[in-house]
Design a protein around this ligand. Structure first.
Ligand code: MG
Ligand code: ZN
Length: 250
């Protein structure tokens, strides 16, 4: 649970207290060693209202907005830079970069020639709809273009914050291990697309693609999974086809 961002305000949070090793003098029941704390909905309700404003504004301009989420190091920025270069001349792309600190990823995107705005969240661990609204005011993506929103690297709270995007894509590399869909079900259940990245490393890691697909479909039966390598370019054409078929306007 995230103390700084309020991201667990959505629903009940189960707090387990296994072991109970601490010394204490007070009397209480030891029977069920879990308790449920229900927190307020305000943070997410406010976010959802702004997200709807963002969504309408993006749709009115025919902008296809993809919220790209992952844990740190999955290869999001590499995937995006390669995508921008490969689709140059075909699609107009701009990018909102989310990171706690630095302009490093924004500089990598900028080197491709695509317009980019960096949001630094400081202690925050996800982007929210208001941050996107502010970024869009600066970025002003053109009509009928493609907008990538690279979220803060984190498989937990970005899943709870609607930004007003058209689609959600989660990037996961084979080096992370196949158990992530079951461990982070909100992220995988809420995404339209899973890009399984770094498949060029499959010979060197303990990662069973079939196990991964089975678990991903357990939490999200309809999800599209595209195994790719942003480094070698293997299978990236499937990702480009996915993007082309989702463009609102041509
Ligand atoms: Mg990045
Ligand atoms: Zn958070």
């Amino acid at each position: 649970m995230c103390a700084t961002c309020g991201c667990s305000d959505e629903t009940g949070v189960r707090v387990s207290e296994p072991g109970h090793a601490h010394p204490h003098e007070h009397e209480h029941s030891h029977a069920p060693e879990t308790r449920t704390v229900t927190l307020e909905h305000d943070v997410l309700a406010k976010n959802d209202r702004q997200a709807e404003v963002n969504r309408k504004s993006l749709q009115d301009k025919g902008i296809l907005a993809i919220n790209v989420m992952s844990s740190p190091g999955s290869g999001k920025t590499t995937l995006l830079t390669r995508t921008i270069l490969d689709l140059a001349g075909e699609l107009t792309v701009s990018v909102v970069e989310g990171d706690q600190e630095t302009l490093l990823d924004a500089e990598r995107i900028k080197a491709t020639g695509a317009p980019v705005v960096q949001i630094n969240t400081g202690a925050g661990c996800h982007l929210d709809a208001e941050m996107l609204d502010r970024a869009l005011a600066t970025l002003a993506p053109p009509r009928d273009s493609l907008l990538f929103i690279e979220n803060v690297g984190n498989l937990v709270c970005p899943a709870l914050f609607d930004l007003g995007e058209s689609h959600r894509a989660v990037v996961m590399s084979v080096t992370e291990g196949p158990d992530k869909p079951l461990k982070y079900p909100h992220m995988f259940a809420g995404s339209d697309l899973i890009l399984l990245n770094k498949i060029d490393l499959l010979p060197y890691v303990d990662f069973d693609v079939d196990d991964f697909l089975r678990d991903a479909r357990k939490v999200n039966p309809g999800v599209t999974v595209l195994p790719v390598s942003a480094t070698t370019g293997e299978n990236l054409s499937t990702w480009y086809t996915w993007l082309r078929t989702r463009r609102v306007c041509t």
